[in-house]
Design a protein around this ligand. Sequence first.
Ligand SMILES: [Zn+2]
Length: 374
Amino acid sequence: MNAAQFLETVASLSLQAAIVIVAAGCIRRFGRLTAQAECRLWTCSHAVILTLTAIAATFPHLRLVIPEPLAAARAVSTVQTQLIAGRVLQAVWLTGVAVAGMSLVGGWICAARCLQSCRPIADDLVVSSGVAKVAAIGGRSVQFQTGPHVAGPCCWQFHRPYILLPNAVLGFPAGERQFIVQHELAHLRLGHPLQLFLQRLVEILYWFHPIVWWSARQAALAREFACDAAVVSSRSEIAGYLRTLLSVVEQTQSVGEPCRETIGFGVGSGVIALRARRLVTLAQSGDIGVESWIGRRLRPAAILLCGVACTLAWLPVNDLASSRSWLSPWPTWSAALARDFRVPARDYEAYDPRTQLFELRETAVEEEAATASR
Ligand SMILES: [Zn+2]
C-alpha cells in the first residue's frame, strides 16, 4: 500500500469506526439496555470495526465519489502534499501501533509474572467464599490464587481462568469475600476476557481515535455494571456490596497498580463512584433496563447492517485514484494471493503513483507551454 492509499484508508476507516460507535452509542442512549446487553453491543461494535479494517486491508472498495480531475499543475501539488502527508501518517501510526502493542504484551507479561509468584488459596477459604466445590468456565476449572504482588481482586483468562485475591481480602468476612468472588466469576462466565481482548485490538489499531477511547471506557464500565448486577438482587445485598467496594478500595490502594490486562474488582476511584451511583439507583428504583428476545437479536443486526453500509464510506482524499473505475485497486498482498489462485485481481486499474505523478507533471509542463505561447 503506497502513501496516498494509506492516507485514504486511514481517513476512511477512522470515519467508519466513528459511524459504528456513534450508532452503538445511539442504541444505548435510547434503548434502555441492561448492562449485559450493553457489553454485547460494544463487543459487537468492536468486532465490526475489526472486520471493516480487515476488509479495507484485503479487498478493493467501491468509490461512490470520484473527485473531478484538477488542472495538471494544481493536481501535481495536491498529490505531492497527499503523498507526504501519507508517508508522515504511516510513520506516526506504525509508531503508535508498536507502542500500544508493546503495552498489551507488557500487561500480559506483568500478569504472567504476578501469577508465577502466586500460590493456590486453601480449598476451605474458597468454599467459604460461596464457591460450590469446583467452579468451571468452559470446561476448565477456575484457579483461585493469592500472592504478594496481587494489587487487588481480579481475574484473568488466557488459556485457563484465574481469580486472584490479595492477602488482605482473604481476611475479609465471608459475606464480603463472597461478593468479590461472585463478581470475578461473573466476569469469566460472561466472556469478558475475550471482550477485553477484542477491545484492546481496536485500541491498538485506532490509538489516535478519541471516539474509540470513549467506546473502550464505556465498554469497561458496562462490564463492571453487568457483574455488579449479577451479584446483587436485593436492597440489603446492595448495601453490603457497597461496603465491600469501599473495603476493597481501602485495603488495596496502598499495594500499587494492578496489571492492566487483568480485569480488576475496583479500579480507579472514578469508576467506583459511578458503580456506587448505579447501585444506589438500582436499590431505589429496581430499574436495570429491559432485555427482550427481539432486542437481543435486533441490536447486533443493526450494528452489522451499519458495518455493511460503512464499507461504502470512503473519503475521496486520493487524487491519484483513477476516475475511470468505480473500484479501487486491490491491495498488493491480497492481489498477489488472488493471482496465485488464478483470480485476475488487478484487472480494475493499473495503479502506479510514480507513473501517474510523472504523467501529471508532463501534462502540467505542456499546459504551461501552451499558455505561454498564446
Ligand atoms: Zn470487575
